[in-house]
Design a protein around this ligand. Structure first.
Ligand code: F6R
Length: 620
């Protein structure tokens, strides 16, 4: 989603801004721009493109010959107004230029107000009203800080913005409310600003994450003034930049997504190591598992509400199956954009679990704030420990997946399920289901091995992916805890290959969706053998679909395939290691990710940055 960078007092600011924007490309965007303030003349130079950073870089190289030390840059993910050059940021007037991430909800009122001052707007964006208002107040004699403060008092919505003034080449002002924004400093005390640490790694050695409501003035001599939402000057803590957030590297893989799929055995292991220990007792060679305490008191928790978006939401749905079946704790799972608007009942002894890779998803954050405002304990499962969600939650359970660059989430998803599995194991132990807890701990400690074995055979999916790449629609079937994985498989397929795909609970098919099936419709079925009886139920559902002409491909295990053979059913089968109902969702995530990857590869689309998508969805 929109990304911001800015530099003050840096030689060749234009280059630095372009490099900073390149680091932000992973967030997803559709246009970009840069504004520079000339030191002597105070001239503002704005260059924008409706294309990629490479186009912007080309335009800057060919069209800019100045030597500015101060400037701001932006990648825009369009919300209000198409991704055109006019709508791209920075939005500039004679006096100022501004970049913004967020949504100004009362932009229509502000447009009217500006019109009454005789100011008309050139773009269709919500952002331009902020630029015009600051510029208007500045032109009427307000200082830069006053112009920003007065404008902020007029705007409603979420924002992170950076603004430069023609008469102040020595300064950048930035502010945030809701959307994330950070200030960086290098070893020589030169200041920069960025949407996240990734944007600033390589330039800054330390970082301050601004609090919601903060306004900061960054000067070329290294002075930094921060004001809180009451306009009191405050000090915020510098933190070293996490090396892990340094510029991402594909390490020889063709795509970040492929690299991240193959990293899963080690990212799951990293996550497990933090939560569950394994020791060999030397005397009798027995494996011991040690469940590290999370600080949550499972004896006091009788209800769970899980809130998340997209792939993270599906991790929550898997956890619902786990917690209800094994720990007998009722679980509600909500998509974050719905949660607070449906005025949900609040339960006694209930905990909220908020799941997010980025920790910056606006809907998930808003839901967390809503639940906390009702006095509820909220835990966050996040992959970015410095994120807003991590900072605002009462308890944080980090995933240790490392920076996820591909817009489509893979390794963060399995790491989220790993943490949820650990929470289940801890809950079982605390609630006196010691044996089940120990069994699950042993099982989960082996999942990375099973995933490694599954990854060794992934290329076998290539002929299927080739066929799927020509399909118009694809259906995924799953049951039990594999139903969320069927939906996740369909989501991955949609976002990467742009093929319409849906995941269904296989038994639900005959209640409507079966009408879609005609000759050749591909159906991917997640159907490992399981002793609880769902295997045979899925087989019946497959038969119903096959009789109507569907082309069935089954992801299963040896035992599953043997049973298909016994029943005389000849489907294309893809084999994976034996699992239980508990570990199956984690293992079967891998082939559905890979299938979507290979299908997209066949279609020649942009795998790491699919169209219209953003890595970090910072607007509601
Ligand atoms: C899909 C995907 C998205 C995210 C969703 C939530 O591959 O990546 O559906 O899962 O936008 O993002 P986070 O987890 O950062 O809150």
């Amino acid at each position: 989603m929109c990304g911001i960078v800015g530099f003050v007092g840096h030689k060749n600011a234009a280059n630095k801004i372009i490099n900073g924007l390149k680091r932000l490309e992973y967030r997803g965007y559709d246009s970009a721009g840069i504004a520079l303030v000339e030191k002597g003349s105070g001239k503002l130079c704005v260059i924008k493109t409706a294309g990629k950073i490479a186009d912007l870089e080309h335009e800057v190289q060919s069209g800019y010959s100045g030597s500015s030390e101060t400037g701001i840059g932006h990648t825009r993910w369009a919300t209000h107004g198409k991704p055109t050059k006019d709508n791209a940021h920075p939005h500039a007037t004679e006096f100022i230029a501004l970049v913004h991430n967020g949504i100004i909800e009362n932009y229509a009122d502000l447009r009217k107000r500006l019109a009454s001052y005789g100011i008309s707007l050139y773009s269709d964006t919500d952002t331009e009203v902020v630029a015009q208002m600051i510029s208007f107040l500045f032109s009427k004699g307000a200082s830069p800080l006053e112009a920003v403060q007065q404008t902020i008092s007029l705007i409603q919505g979420a924002y992170a913005f950076g603004v430069v003034f023609n008469k102040h080449p020595e300064m950048v002002i930035c502010a945030r409310q809701g959307s994330p924004l950070a200030v960086g400093t290098d070893v020589d005390g030169r200041l920069s600003l960025g949407s996240d640490a990734v944007a600033l790694s390589g330039f800054a050695s330390q970082i301050i994450y601004l609090e919601s409501g903060d306004i900061a003035q960054l000067y070329s001599n290294g002075n930094l003034n921060i004001f809180d939402k009451e306009n009191n000057e405050v000090k915020r803590q510098w933190q070293p930049i996490d090396k892990d957030q340094a510029a991402p590297d594909k390490k020889g893989y063709e795509h970040f997504m492929l690299k991240e799929i193959f990293e899963q055995p080690s990212t799951i292991k990293n996550t497990l190591t933090h939560y569950i220990g394994r020791a060999v007792n030397k005397t009798d060679n027995v494996l011991e598992t040690n469940i590290h305490p999370s600080g949550l008191n499972w004896n006091q928790i009788n209800h769970i509400t899980i809130v998340a978006c997209g792939t993270s939401y599906y991790a929550g749905l898997v956890a619902k199956y786990w917690f209800e079946k094994y720990a007998r704790i009722p679980v509600e799972v909500d998509v974050a954009s719905e949660y607070r608007y449906r005025t949900p009942p609040i339960y006694e002894k209930s905990i909220g679990i908020f799941i997010s890779q980025s920790g910056e998803t606006a809907d998930t954050l808003a839901a967390l704030r809503y639940m906390r405002s009702l006095g509820h304990m909220c835990a966050a499962i996040v992959n970015v420990p410095t994120s807003t969600l991590a900072r605002e939650a009462d308890a944080v359970l980090p995933t240790f997946a490392g920076t996820e660059v591909s817009v489509a989430s893979t390794k963060a998803f399995t790491a989220q399920m790993t943490v949820l599995a650990y929470m289940l194991i801890e809950a079982l132990k605390t609630r006196n289901c010691i044996d089940l807890s120990a069994d699950f701990a042993k099982e989960i400690l082996d999942i990375n091995e099973l995933i490694s074995r599954a990854l060794d055979t992934m290329q076998k999916l290539a002929p299927l992916a080739k066929k799927l790449s020509k399909a118009k629609d694809i259906i995924y079937f799953g049951r039990g805890a594999l139903y969320p994985i069927a939906m996740e498989g369909a989501l991955k397929m949609k976002e990467l290959s742009y093929i319409h795909a849906e995941g269904y609970a296989a038994g639900e098919m005959k209640h409507g969706p079966i009408a879609l099936i005609d000759k050749g419709m591909p159906i991917i079925v997640l159907c490992p053998y399981d002793k609880d009886g769902l295997f045979h139920k899925v087989v019946s559902n497959i038969c119903e679909a096959e009789t109507r002409g569907a082309q069935i491909s089954v992801l299963t295990c040896n035992k599953g395939r043997a049973l298909f053979k016994e029943m005389g059913l000849k489907y294309s089968t893809y084999l994976y290691p034996e699992t239980t109902q508990f570990t199956a969702p984690m293992l079967y995530s891998i082939p559905v990710q890979f299938l979507a990857y290979l299908t997209a590869l066949n279609r020649g689309v942009d795998i790491d940055q699919p169209r219209n998508l953003a890595k970090s969805v910072t607007v509601e």
